[in-house]
Design a protein around this ligand. Sequence first.
Ligand SMILES: Nc1ncnc2c1ncn2[C@@H]1O[C@H](COP(=O)(O)OP(=O)(O)OP(=O)(O)O)[C@@H](O)[C@H]1O
Length: 625
Amino acid sequence: MNATLRANILFGREYDEDYYWKVLSACALTDDLEMWPKSDMTVIGENGMNISGGQRARLALARTVYSRADIYFLDDPLSAVDAIIKRHILDNIILSTGLLGDKLRFVTTNADNILPLCNQITTVDNGRVSVKVQTPQVHTAFEFKSQTMTNNEYVDNTSKELHAAPASDDKIKSNVSDLGTEENKYHDHSKSLVNNGAQMIRLFGVEPYFTNNYIQSAERTTLLAMVRSTYFNLYGLVFTATETALRSMLLYIYIAMSKIGLYTIRAGDVAEFHENCASMGRRIETISSLSTGTFKLLEKINEFRNLAERDAEAPYVIDSCRPSVQWPPNGKIEFRDFSMKYHADLGFALKNVNLTINPGEKIGIVGRTGAGKSSLAKVLFRLIHENTSGSILIDGQDISEFGVGDYRPLLGMIPQESTMLDGSIRRNLDPLNQFDVENMWASLIKCNMAKFVSPYRSSNANRNKELDDNSKEGRMKKQWQDAGWLKRILLFILKKVPKPVDTWQCSPPCGLNKSAGRSFGSASSGQQQLFGLCRVIMRKRKIIVLDEATANVDLETDKSVQELIRKEFSDCTVLTIAHRLETIMNSDRIIVMDKGTIAEIGTPQELLAKDGMFAQLVKTSDFGQ
Ligand SMILES: Nc1ncnc2c1ncn2[C@@H]1O[C@H](COP(=O)(O)OP(=O)(O)OP(=O)(O)O)[C@@H](O)[C@H]1O
């Protein structure tokens, strides 16, 4: 919610000061509060836009823990946080030493190393479920760090009772429950789309609170409307009364004047008098509504100006300095004494960053949550351009000299949360119609996403259909499909209606023409991230930034994605921001961010030998094994 951090955590529940601060500390949020101007009363913005990804994840966790339920379902609560915070959350919330120690806890995870700590492991693979009950191993922080165990070892050594031991494929099949076929899942997904707000309110059972809020704001709106209409009614009443009084007064003056002989009333005078009064009234009314209108207009202009000033972008195009489509030639990045604040009143999110990244280098960026990793990516894309000092150069060119509309598309980015636009998969992959269908399919196949695109599994028939869609007829079809009723009438008049209309209009859209929302809107966050990868692979830019782009996929998929990235972008400069250290361990160099500065930089080996912050992160993380 666009409200304070506290309101977001309480989420309609009573404020229990002791427990509230206990929860904040268990979620490791107290350090973050020190950096925010109004501590927990800081407004976090719509969808938490004013805080970092890890802070958002911990806020969600704090809200859940604060709800004091008996059964908790934590959906991948550890993927967006660094190794040290992960350890803290395990100890202070999830494990038996934590706030939820005596509750039933379901935790979904891609981190295999927490499995030995569970009473029961449920593996879900392609819709099939297998269950294994085991005695959890109790670990102190140190034991946990030094834990080494393969999947097979813990199955053999720690299982007390095996309901569905994964000994062989056959055995797994005989002991699993089937959650449904691919087809069923596909259709069920589309039905299960519920309004990224209403779902949370229902989950937390706080409907009465939000219903009351809604009623209160509806009452406020109604009250305002009543005040407004009363004002206008009164205004009308006063206006009519004044007009009548004026008329009567003038009439009496005329009569009095005629009585004492100063004026002679002639035929038609009374009608003329009334007409004059009415026109005077109209003029007064016009003048007063003009002034009310002007007042309202000025108010709106002011509102728009404030909005425009708040979200002001750097110039979109600068005619005197436009990059070619092949720019940048090499992909060298230099930060020179670069600093940035999100707002003039806030502290530095980046402080005196000096950094040179060579063409083709693969750079891993790590650091505690809130350290400034995403901020580094944001300034590279010029998403923040005010309250900055210093410069960023790419291949020797100061990027602030380009318009952002020219510059941004020349870099590639995979964010943690992949955005799906309304419309077809094709439009989502290629909104500007720059690529051919072969390219789109190639990238979908490389990312193992082709199966999502068609329920018919990308058969040749469908591919041929896609290829046909690139023909003149195909383009006409698309134009017709996308047109509203007015445009369709125009197309009809211009005889741009493809034939035969019935055959294609009635068949359900398939392949790339399928709705992206329907195909991917309900896909897992990991699958949506892979879709983001497809977009970037198609574009082949010289500089690619991955901001926690594989945080939500399992380790195996992450490894193959990293391999794919190395292969596809072998000659490109790649910046990878990741909490999962395996993701960046093969980088040429690693940058460790801390409080907006570059705390360490070097090859993984150099940093490990240095025994500084990176070594500490590695020791605390899964990779420390
Ligand atoms: N839009 C914003 N407005 C104000 N402050 C912000 C905004 N975005 C981030 N911050 C603050 O800037 C600091 C750095 O945030 P950033 O997102 O760069 O961290 P990060 O290292 O990427 O963290 P994480 O690992 O949690 O994603 C944090 O203290 C965060 O609260």
